[in-house]
Ligand binder design. Sequence first.
Ligand code: EPU
Length: 300
Amino acid sequence: MRELKRLVKGKLNFNERISPHTTFRIGGLAEAWAEPEDADDLRGILKASRRLRKPIYVAGGGSNLLVNNKRLKGIVIRLSAPYFRRIIARGERLRAGAGASLKNLLALCAEKGLTGLEFCSGIPGTVGGAVLMNTGSTPKGEASNIADFLKRVRVMDKAGRIRVLYRKDLTFGYRTSSLGDFIILEAEFALRKARKGYVKQLLRKAVDEKRRTQDFSKPSAGCIFKNPCSGLISAGRLIELAGLKGEKNGRAQVSRKHANYIVNLGNASFRDVKGLIETVRKRVRDEFNVELETEIKVWE
Ligand code: EPU
């Protein structure tokens, strides 16, 4: 692993604590933590990982992630360097680096008067993570997903080759995509022109709605479970009806505000959350005969 130190131009740390990089504030040490400077640097890390037979983990914004407390063997990559965070607007097209935050993406939409992605407001992730998971939301029961606005993506495969993939060659489902084998470098979206004031108003409304209904008072990973039946039934509603709001396991708790949130009451462990997830799944299964599936990424 020491050879990585010579090789990586960007940041490289051994035994980096993962918890501060996640919105859940849970996770142990990463054997190696790399923030490559550019695509060449990333390629170097991928090649080294193959030589060293070390698994690669891509951290994204750390907002949809539950990480084990034990030491994670392998290399965690975060695309946080300026090269991966560029956002360029040209006409109705928006090109964004995978490491750009959705927040910065939406700020540029407001500045340029581009509409379409307002449903992403209040989601704390990165562009790469959002495309990989086909992030979406269901304001007023109407589902919007990021894939609906995607034109193409630039990706790197595990061998370090860069490819451009068009929307028509990709498949997206409810919180899934066919991009799992790649590292997303950049995504291009097709939006529509609108008055800047109008876009700002939509963004404000979406954030207000989320603040009203969702729990931002404590660290969490957002919604824990997918909405069952391809998103048609609200998992939060089922969990509330099963009487689980406020249910605790150690320092993890089902939010009293939105039952599809599990919050970290402070020093919650991976096992606290995993245990609570199992309790919720069992109770919802017993009560409604519905199998809840997690929507978060778990690094065991
Ligand atoms: N509800 C309850 N109890 C609860 C939570 C919700 O009865 O504890 C009810 C609400 O009253 C509402 C319905 O369930 O009638 C739907 O709730 P909400 O509008 O909060 O939406 P959701 O289906 O629970 C989805 C996404 C959210 C996204 C919202 C807003 C999933 C799993 N969740 O939640 O995404 O922000 O729509 O559009 O798809 C996330 O992915 O992390 C996330 C939070």
